[in-house]
Design a protein around this ligand. Structure first.
Ligand code: NAP
Length: 311
């Protein structure tokens, strides 16, 4: 007979890892399923400065995640990598169907997080990997000494611009308004960085180039004026990094769980409308998506899963 876990956690970002930690500590038979490397979006972040009690100055997202994974392993949660493509959640035993097999559990905690939204310019898909990226930590080194553009004005855009400035000759933040959305402490660092410049009230409408990205059309949203930016002849290319927010990874649950703009609806105890099914972290409909709120959600979901099993 196939094994039935107490809890199957789908997604290994901070919410999933914290749920696994709490479930493991409660001695629940726990399986954490992750499709790639653990860490989720935070593993792509160069520097975290607002996780309470953080000990390491300037710690990267991947370093924080590595410590979370070690803690999860210490408390005995099983981990597997698989891509889940089907879910049957209504019965007492829930089933998750993946490429490598089927997984049964009494409870499921959905922590599938979110993914970067596209910039929305013409030819965007064509230049992904040959000039366009959504991960500075992954791709900054390719632009050593070159010119780079960043789209967005939130925490991600400004923090990643600061990281890119360690590699690139010049970084220009293209923002659709004349004021950043990012936290003031992050803004101050960017304004003080001589390598970082700004193109206000502007959006990128088109990416272009032969083989690699070397031309960008930018539209001023106030005047409608179009400007063509061209890579320096000696460089031959430049980079375009998109940080215009994120969208939920909830496709698997459409028609199964109640969604709000694509985000899974829960009560304050992380319960969805299906008994034994919980959601935690960025995938959940809520007001603040941070590592600390994802971790808190994960802890609550695991405790509620334990209560559900023991009821
Ligand atoms: P965000 O806060 O939603 O910011 C998205 C930015 O992109 C905004 O400046 C927005 O402009 C702009 N934008 C959105 N759609 C656009 C479009 N179609 N074209 C051009 N620009 C567009 O997203 P985020 O920066 O990824 O942050 C997401 C969440 O993670 C936030 O809660 C943030 O606080 C958190 N986060 C925290 C940290 C940290 O604390 N260290 C780091 C990263 C992320 P407008 O401003 O005009 O709307």
């Amino acid at each position: 007979m196939e094994k039935v876990y107490d809890v199957a956690i789908l997604g290994g970002g901070p919410a999933g890892l914290t749920a696994a930690l709490y479930a493991g500590r409660a001695r629940l038979d726990t399986l954490l399923i992750e499709k790639a490397q653990p860490g989720g979006q935070i593993a792509m972040t160069d520097e975290i400065e607002n996780y309470p009690g953080q000990l390491v100055e300037g710690e990267s997202g991947s370093a924080l995640v590595a410590r979370m994974v070690r803690q999860v392993e210490k408390f005995g949660a099983e981990r597997c990598d698989d891509v889940i493509t089907g879910a049957e959640l209504s019965g007492d035993v829930k089933k998750l169907v993946g490429g490598k097999g089927e997984y049964l559990a009494k409870t499921v905690i959905v922590c599938t997080g979110a993914h970067p939204k596209p910039i929305g310019c013409e030819n965007e898909g064509k230049f992904i990997g040959s000039g366009i990226s959504y991960c500075a930590t992954c791709d900054a080194a390719f632009f050593e000494g070159l010119e780079v553009f960043v789209v967005g004005g939130g925490d991600s855009a400004v923090e990643e611009a600061l990281y890119l400035a360690k590699f690139a000759r010049r970084v220009t933040i293209i923002h659709r308004r004349s004021e950043l959305r990012a936290a003031k402490s992050i803004q101050e660092k960017a304004f003080a960085n001589p390598k970082i410049g700004f193109l206000w009230d502007s959006v990128v409408t088109k990416a272009d180039g032969d083989e690699v990205l070397s031309r960008l059309t930018v539209r001023n949203v106030k005047t409608g004026e179009l400007t063509l930016l061209t890579a320096d002849e000696n460089d031959g290319l430049f980079g375009l990094f998109g940080f215009v927010g994120s969208a939920p990874n909830s496709g698997l649950f459409e028609g199964i769980l109640e969604l709000d703009n694509g985000y899974i609806k829960t009560d304050e105890n992380m319960r969805t409308e299906i008994p034994g099914v919980f959601a935690a972290g960025d995938i959940r409909a809520k007001s603040l998506r941070q590592v600390v709120t994802a971790a808190a959600d994960g802890a609550i979901a695991a405790v509620q899963a334990e209560k559900y099993i023991n009821a």
